[in-house]
Design a protein around this ligand. Structure first.
Ligand SMILES: Cc1cc2nc3c(=O)[nH]c(=O)nc-3n(C[C@H](O)[C@H](O)[C@H](O)COP(=O)(O)OP(=O)(O)OC[C@H]3O[C@@H](n4cnc5c(N)ncnc54)[C@H](O)[C@@H]3O)c2cc1C
Length: 466
């Protein structure tokens, strides 16, 4: 196998794939190295219930298509969701880029899939107006719902469409990025050296730790991202129908009066279920909703974003510590009625039983979240519920259930230019692993930015994206 290429891409998630797609028709020789399986093997392993649990877990986030390849593939077409690319390009340019990414997904098989968020324009406007009066920013999302089957077909079509100039090496992890004369020079895999003029690191969340270590070794600066800590809220589904009846997914943002901290809703599940999530042995909470199985409740997260300043650099350790307090007190997640929290007492089995909201998560221990969450977080969460009550009356009911804790960790952020290039010329870092995106659309868009930048530097500009 050849060991000299124009471009080497590390990771075959959406960021890596879209970089390759941009380069595919230029004749540039490209090598994509992916530590997981190729898409067909991946799909087969996903169906194989007898395969070892660890292989199945790794396969869920690793391989051609990257993380979320087996999810129901919600392509978020709104710039306010799924990443921070608007820190590098204007919102207008990002919007055009996301539309372009959507057209590419359509070209490979997603064209007939429905877009949610274009209906009910008048009702959405009215909701926005009422939210603004309650100090809330209401951001409805436009989403193309690809669906699990179509999502993996699209990934397979993209794989098959690559010309011979693009080689894919699966089941192979890159060990090191090589730098010579101050420029990117290739990669090392075991004892083998592969040379290239450009290296694009797109290793996703799965490879974020590896990328961080490589950044340290190469003297590249990274900054800690914010950590989001909060609770999962559960109320009767009717309370949130004014919102959930008119949009598939939305975000409400609030800045707390007491601390000016950013508080947001996340992942709303109408008629859904609260579930425990295992985070490296720590029990945190999350929520789901099913197509056919319905509960009487709606759940969603209320998260407070905390960006720590110097000298503290360990937001992930901080978030895990808070989660461990809930585990220490409750032996797992804790559930509390909002009224008990307001009255400064723990919830008990008896009080939960007498409540008007019946918990959908059976294993949570009735307890006291004020012993777990710092005052700053708790105050901001309670202010948010008061604000929500103005657009969804009942949100701040004494019977509302709060489950704790929910924590969202993000990869450290690489220090990048507007072209997503590191301080080492010709070494680019993109996608979730570089800490700049959090979803399919923006990860793909990051790949387009870098693919086009390389084309331009090679004298093969592709023109503006319209
Ligand atoms: C269960 C689940 C469901 C999701 N659903 C959605 C959704 O509906 N909508 C949405 O917008 N987002 C969703 N996401 C998030 C979305 O999948 C990610 O934001 C996106 O995949 C990030 O793309 P990426 O290319 O940066 O990284 P990834 O997709 O993570 O791909 C990175 C790839 O790099 C490989 N890699 C890592 N290190 C190395 C190495 N050293 N050498 C070689 N290869 C390496 C990994 O194996 C991986 O395949 C979901 C995520 C999960 C986990």
């Amino acid at each position: 196998m050849a060991q000299n290429y124009d471009v080497i891409i590390i990771g075959a998630g959406p960021a890596g794939i879209f970089t390759a797609l941009e380069l595919a028709d230029t004749g540039a020789s490209v090598l994509i190295v992916e530590k997981g399986l190729d898409i067909r093997e991946r799909a087969a392993l996903n169906q194989d219930r007898s395969a070892p649990a660890e292989d199945r877990r790794t396969n869920l986030v690793s391989g051609w298509g990257g993380a979320g390849a087996f999810s129901d593939g919600k392509l978020t077409l709104t710039t306010e969701y799924g990443g921070n690319l608007d820190d590098y390009i204007s919102k207008g340019a990002l919007s055009r880029l996301i539309s372009y990414v959507d057209r590419v997904y359509c070209r490979y098989g997603g064209a007939n899939r429905k877009i949610y968020g274009d209906e009910y324009r008048e009702k959405l406007h009215e909701l926005k107006r009422r939210a603004a009066a309650a100090d809330l920013a209401f951001i409805p999302a436009r989403i193309r719902h690809l669906g699990t089957d179509v999502n993996s077909q699209i990934l397979a079509h993209m794989r098959e469409a690559l010309p011979a100039s693009v080689r894919v090496l699966c089941r192979t992890a890159v060990d090191e990025i090589l730098v010579e004369d101050g420029k990117a020079a290739g990669i090392r895999i075991g004892k083998d050296i592969y040379r290239s003029r450009y290296v694009v690191a797109a290793p996703g969340r799965e490879g974020a730790e590896w990328l961080l270590k490589e950044a340290e070794r190469l003297g590249l600066r990274t900054t800690s991202n914010a950590v989001d800590i909060g609770v999962r809220v559960e109320s009767p589904a009717e309370v949130y129908e004014p919102i959930t009846d008119i949009c598939y997914e939305s975000k409400l943002i609030y800045y707390s009066r007491r601390f000016d901290d950013r508080v947001r809703t996340f992942c709303m599940n109408p008629y859904g279920f609260v579930v425990a999530e295992n985070n490296d042995g720590l029990q945190t909470v999350n929520g789901h909703s099913y197509a056919h199985k319905k509960s009487a409740n709606t759940n969603f997260a209320v998260l407070v974003s905390k960006q720590f300043t110097e000298p503290f650099k360990e937001p992930i350790a901080y978030g895990k510590y808070i989660a461990s307090l809930a585990n220490m007190l409750g032996g797992g997640p804790i559930v509390q009625r909002l009224g008990d929290l307001q009255d400064g007492r723990r919830s008990t089995e008896e009080r939960i039983r007498r409540g008007l909201v019946h918990p959908t998560m059976p294993g949570a221990t009735p307890g006291d979240l004020s012993l777990v969450l710092p005052y700053r977080f708790l105050t901001s969460i309670m202010e948010m519920l008061e604000a929500l009550d103005k657009i969804a009356p009942g949100a701040n009911s004494r019977h509302t259930l709060l489950y704790g804790v929910e924590v969202k960790f993000y990869s450290s952020r690489m220090d990048l230019s507007y072209e997503l290039e590191t301080k080492i010329p010709n070494l680019f870092a993109i996608g979730d692993g570089a800490g700049i995106t959090r979803g399919l659309a923006q990860a793909s868009a990051a790949g387009v930015i870098v693919g086009r930048e390389i084309c331009a530097r090679e004298g093969k500009p592709k023109g503006d994206i319209e």
